[in-house]
Design a protein around this ligand. Sequence first.
Ligand code: 5GP
Length: 185
Amino acid sequence: MRNILFVISGPSGVGKGTIAKLLTERNKNVALSVSCTTRKPRENEIDGVHYFFISREDFKEKIEKDGFLEYSEHFGNFYGTPKEFVENKLLTNDVLLEIDVNGGIAVKEKFEKAILIFILPPSIEELKNRLKSRHSETDEQIAIRIDRLKYELEKEKFYDYSVVNDDLNTAVSEVEEIIEKEKNK
Ligand code: 5GP
């Protein structure tokens, strides 16, 4: 059975990180990719687990060495998917990327067989409330993320599947069903 590259994307605050984490804990054959970022770690974030937190200089160097499968800039920081990590992992595992909408589309251009899964909120109001209650960003950062919502939601049409994150366990099960379906094709 071939290994598959899956991508989970969706608007900021939709819970895609939690879904990706739970899913990879429950399915040991699915490896979660660790991205590089120039953003500062939030409280409880661990280098090498949540992200590789690197300097802008190191990020730039990695771009020049063609070290990213894709990368983009959000909210003033750079985020990129390390190419080598993904290619190596795919030799033995399915791989899951939890990246933004543009990253997902860029990955599909390079890996035609990648399966893109879009996570939707139950409603826009609910998502705005989630963002505001996260307490990990300043009011200004939250406002920027809310402004970006419409743009992100418009990218759903480029994705192969959509899953609504109303109940976390149901959403994870739905993503698992998609994985199983794709594996059995
Ligand atoms: P956060 O700062 O909240 O961890 O992430 C901000 C955004 O960056 C999220 O939408 C997240 O999915 C996205 N992101 C994380 N890693 C990557 C990556 O490697 N590439 C791209 N394009 N986006 C990423």
